[in-house]
Design a protein around this ligand. Structure first.
Ligand SMILES: [Zn+2]
Length: 262
């Protein structure tokens, strides 16, 4: 053992400050480690392009410019303050990320049983009592490529809104409409977020047929979905539409004309 050189003995107060700093550093590190947990994860198979698309839409809706999927596929909300966007969407994403269940985002492109997006209960390969409930959000990215329409309606109907719709089912146990002419409980929540983003709101949960006369031998079956801007002061409504060929997107076989974004 060597004697401590003269003059390097810390006064008691400095040692106390040093000790407190170390303890604070440990707590901050622990808090940051805690923040790293995320219960919304995308599968490895989700391509870089699909992740980028989803991230871009979610950034725009939430106003979180550093929201992203990290290298493990976990959804991170980032540390930057939100710039614009919807508070309701931020609350929903935060609840999902911190929630008592795991949400897996899976590519279901070109699957006939998925019309845009849907959520199904998942199962662990090795089930134990400690495993939290798991949900799988299936996204048919290809379906969204077939959607056309007004710019404002397209901004209110994309893959980001689709994921939020499914998260709302999981987080808030909300239900979809069962009859025409109403958005339903889940879409009412999503409409509030659209309102916060200054976007038109979805008027109906169910799409309607869009008759189109065509002389080509290929008979398209266009359907459309209405989005509405309401000017209560002027007592006026302005409609915006998205439409797609249901032969390409699917859903025609289901009863009652399928509800999109289940
Ligand atoms: Zn739904």
């Amino acid at each position: 053992m060597l004697p401590r050189p003269r003059g390097t003995n810390f006064p008691l107060i400095l040692r106390a400050i040093w000790l407190v700093s170390i303890l604070l550093l440990i707590s901050v590190t622990e808090i940051r480690a805690e923040k790293r947990r995320s219960n919304v994860v995308c599968r490895q198979e989700l391509s870089a392009e699909q992740r980028s698309l989803l991230v871009a839409k979610l950034q725009k809706i939430t106003g979180w410019s550093d929201l992203t999927f990290d290298h493990t596929g976990s959804l991170r909300v980032g540390n930057k303050e939100a710039a614009g966007g919807s508070q309701g969407a931020r609350d929903l994403v935060t609840k999902a990320v911190d929630g008592p269940y795991v949400v897996i985002v899976e590519d279901a492109s070109n699957r006939s049983d998925v019309v845009f997006c849907r959520v199904v209960p998942g199962r662990w390969k090795h089930h134990t009592l400690e495993n939290p409930p798991v949900y799988v959000v299936l996204i048919d990215f290809a379906d969204f490529e077939h959607v056309m329409g007004d710019d404002r309606a397209l901004s209110a109907f994309n893959v980001g809104w689709a994921l939020l719709h499914e998260l709302d089912h999981i987080v808030n146990d909300s239900s979809d409409a069962t009859s025409r002419g109403e958005p339903g409980e889940c879409e009412a929540h999503i409409n509030q977020m659209r309102h916060e983003c200054n976007l038109p709101e979805r008027a109906d949960y169910f799409y309607t047929s869009f008759p189109l006369i065509t002389e080509t031998p290929f008979v398209a079956r266009f359907v459309r979905l209405a989005f509405v801007d309401e000017d209560s002061a002027a007592n006026k409504k302005r409609h915006y539409w998205v439409l797609w060929d249901a032969n390409l997107v699917g859903g025609l076989d289901e009863q009652k004309q399928v509800a999109t974004l289940r």
